[in-house]
Write a protein that binds this ligand. Structure first.
Ligand code: RFL
Ligand code: PHB
Length: 388
């Protein structure tokens, strides 16, 4: 096979990249390891920055997003038992956020891929990247028991944190920056009405988060030890812990019910530099991971795709300046989100080895945010995200 851009991974980054390139007259083939239904069943992100919403609108994915998404103008942060900090990001930073699950975005992307006849090859194994530093790079993989080869101008590595693309950059040519956090998030979905607002909490038992997927589907998380397994967390134990960690005036409104999904995710920050090697470009989780506390991961993946499509479109029109500086441009935004996600994580979790001193420092940060509108404005600006 032959195409202009071979894309590895059909998660949000890879499938959005293929769609926008197609709309701008550039051909691609997407190679995905999993089946379509497997990708659609993964429960992940829930909250979009407004720049992400506008980008999805601009490629024709705005209709269901606006119908089923729920706009949020603020988040609340519970701390020291009953205190509540209100970050009104719409008022302070001029933009709202949108609660719209990654599962729905992925459904919208696959529906658009079908409508526009995009070439996504699911269940492709043994993906290998070849000759990226030459003018004739190619990708090989196995599908239906046969080895296939795609020759291309460029390769986009959109294969997430466990993909193969980042490994195509020789060890000596890449830098990795990493922080693993000593805890995970236990997340559940339940068919109960969510709270009207997003609520984060710092409590002596650890972090908690209340979010939503739709008016009858709630998404909640609590911090848990990394060694925990879901069998140790009955629904009863989960609801008791969640409600205990919230300020009582908020916890009393939580509607409990049976969980329909329960999983534990570790928390990590990681950045790979540069995001380009020869004819290969990395985008999304393939290049960077953030802990979900700042709600940035999917938004960064969408931003990378924006920068990369603009760069490829200009390149094929005769100007390569943006393609040459793709890594630098994307990394500026990446580091700003990595810093914010790290800061939110440290502010809102309890670390196993810490002392009462660290907790006092954290509470002082929260007290300062409560007193100072300029401090809240700074958090609001970072939460809603930079313009492209
Ligand atoms: P993905 O979604 O991991 O997709 C990568 C795709 O590549 C495929 N793949 C391969 N294909 C071929 N060959 C190989 N060798 C391959 N290896 C992998 C995979 O099967 C997959 O289909 O990466 P992408 O597209 O970069 O998208 C990134 C987002 O999924 C991720 O950043 C977010 O989910 C992070 N995240 C959140 N982001 C937000 O912006 N807002 C949020 O509120 C938010 N909440 C979250 C989150 C992530 C979470 N978890 C579970 C990590 C909440 C949680 C709990
Ligand atoms: C979610 O709804 O899954 C969600 C919301 C906010 C976050 C992380 C995850 O910071």
């Amino acid at each position: 096979m032959k195409t202009q851009v071979a894309i590895i991974g059909a998660g949000p980054a890879g499938s959005l990249l293929s769609l926008i390139l197609h709309q701008r007259g550039i051909e691609s083939i997407v190679i995905e390891r999993q089946s379509k239904s497997y990708v659609l069943d993964r429960i992940r992100a829930g909250v979009l920055e407004w720049t992400s919403v506008e980008l999805l609108e601009s490629v024709g994915l705005g209709e269901r997003l606006h119908k089923e998404g729920h706009r949020h103008d603020r988040v609340k942060i519970g701390w020291r038992g009953s205190e509540i900090l209100d970050i009104e990001f719409q008022r302070l930073a001029g933009k709202p956020m949108m609660a719209y699950g990654q599962t729905k975005i992925q459904e919208d992307l696959y529906a658009a891929a079908e409508r526009e006849n995009l070439n996504i090859i699911f269940e492709s194994s043994d993906v290998e990247i070849h000759d990226v530093t030459t003018d004739n790079p190619y990708v090989t993989f196995t599908t239906n028991g046969e080895t296939q080869r795609v020759d291309c101008d460029y390769i986009a590595g959109c294969d997430g944190q466990h993909g193969v693309s980042r490994g195509a950059i020789p060890f000596k040519r890449r830098s990795e920056f990493e922080r693993a956090y000593p805890f995970g998030w236990l997340g559940i979905l339940s068919e109960t009405p969510p709270l009207p607002e997003l609520v984060y909490a710092n409590h002596k038992n650890g972090f908690a988060l209340c979010s939503e997927r739709n008016p009858m589907l709630s998404r909640y998380y609590v911090q848990c030890p990394l060694e925990d397994t879901v069998d140790q967390w009955s629904d009863d134990r989960f609801w008791t812990e969640l409600i205990e960690r919230l300020p009582p005036s908020i916890g009393e409104h939580v509607v409990t019910g049976p969980s329909i999904e329960k999983s534990i995710a570790p928390l990590r920050s990681q950045v790979i530099e540069p995001m380009q090697y020869g004819k290969m470009f990395l985008a999304g989780d393939a290049a960077h991971i953030v802990p979900p506390t700042g709600a940035k991961g999917l938004n960064l993946a969408i931003a990378d795709v924006h920068y990369l499509t603009e760069a490829l479109v200009e390149h094929y029109a005769g100007n390569s300046a943006k393609l040459d500086s793709y890594s630098e441009t994307a990394l500026r935004r990446v580091w700003s989100s990595v810093r914010f996600s790290w800061w939110m994580t440290v502010l809102l979790h309890r670390f196993p080895e810490e002392t009462a001193f660290e907790q006092r420092m954290r509470e002082e940060d929260l007290a300062y945010l409560t007193r100072s509108e300029s401090a809240r404005k700074s958090v609001a600006e970072q939460y809603v995200g930079l313009d492209y």
